[in-house]
Design a protein around this ligand. Sequence first.
Ligand code: 6GU
Length: 264
Amino acid sequence: MHYHVLTLFPDMITQTMSHSITGRAQQKELLHLQVTDIRDFSQNKYHKVDDYPYGGGAGMVMEPEPVFLAYEYVCQQVEQEGRKKPKVLFMTPQGKTLTQNMVETYAKEEDLVFLCGHYEGIDERVLESIVDENVSIGDYVLTGGELPALVMMDAISRFVPGVLHNDVSAITDTFTGSLLEYPQYTRPVQWREKEVPPVLLSGHHQKIDQWRRQHSLLRTFTQRPDLFEKVEFTKADCKWMRTQPVFPVDLVNTIEQKLKKPKE
Ligand code: 6GU
């Protein structure tokens, strides 16, 4: 995977990506990170890259030309290395909200360009010229696109072959069924009056899997009822949920009815 970031704060990107798993993946050349400072393409002797908004209003707007030149520079590089024109993602709270499915789709690209804005935004004309997709990471406003670009690269990198240790990626596979992760424990077996659930010490793998499934269901129901609706339940799930007062009887009845019907 080749990441390209167009930004006014290159150190934010380079430094953050140098840590932990993304740092190791770069050393192993599984990930390539090219950070381009938009300011390097300023046409101005003071390296200014922003100006007042036409029509008035608060703040400054990023000028189109330095952004376009930075983009052209990246495209040239990619072409020279013999790859096709990269997809350009603009980080903006007005974009489509990032989901795990989008992350997995982006992971299939060979190159990705992340355009990070600052101030009140970027001149619309350059966005029209170079942006393929607008992406947001959630419904709140940040000061710039750098943190969203980092969030996206982190999430995408997990799907680049070899980046995660193999047994970690297996865990991911079981997770991507809209169920939340079950609770985890490590030593000591007793910590400040609190014990590890005995079943996890039993060595009985079938019972452990069952316990984990049940606690994933419980967590998803209590913490993310919106995700609970999308879970693919089994008969055994229903049988167990009936023994747990937190699950309303009517709800379990509805789930069981759907299970009996063939899929539409
Ligand atoms: Cl992608 N950019 C900015 N500036 N704020 C955000 C965002 C992106 N996603 C959520 N808030």
